[in-house]
Each structure stands twice: as structure tokens, then as C-alpha cells.
Write a protein that binds this ligand. Structure first.
Ligand SMILES: [Zn+2]
Length: 74
């Protein structure tokens, strides 16, 4: 195997990793905080956000806290 073959393999591996990360970005994020039964909780106020995550799988906060958070970051 020469250096060009090796470079090709390494670059293919990086490509796979990049694709893997992309897929991870698109999949629902695991809840950052969970309650005793594994229910997702708002990161800020511990409200149960199970219903919210059904509509927004990426949500890690309840609507109120997310709006607060967005406002503060604006
Ligand atoms: Zn909250």
C-alpha cells in the first residue's frame, strides 16, 4: 500500500465521521435531564417536557424557559 492509498483511506474515514456527526445532529437529542421514570425534564425549571419533545425532539427546556433563554442570547 502506498501513501496515496493510505491518504484515501484516512480521508474516507474522516468523511464517514463527518456524515456520522451530521446524522447525529438531525436525530433527536437525548434529554439533558431526566426524572425518576426517565421522563425528560426542562434543563432550567425541571418541568416535565415529554409532550414538548414529541413536537420538538431537540427541546431541552420547556417553552417558557426556552423563550427566556432565546431572549437572553439575542
Ligand atoms: Zn422550564
Amino acid at each position: 500500500m502506498d501513501i496515496a492509498d493510505q491518504a484515501q483511506i484516512v480521508s474516507a474515514q474522516f468523511h464517514d465521521m463527518a456524515m456520522e456527526n451530521r446524522r447525529f445532529d438531525l436525530s433527536p437529542a437525548p434529554a439533558r435531564k431526566t426524572g425518576p421514570s426517565g421522563e425528560p425534564l426542562c434543563l432550567t425549571c425541571d418541568a416535565d417536557i415529554t409532550a414538548r419533545r414529541e413536537a420538538a425532539p431537540f427541546a431541552i427546556r420547556c417553552v417558557d424557559c426556552q423563550q427566556d433563554h432565546d431572549k437572553r442570547n439575542r
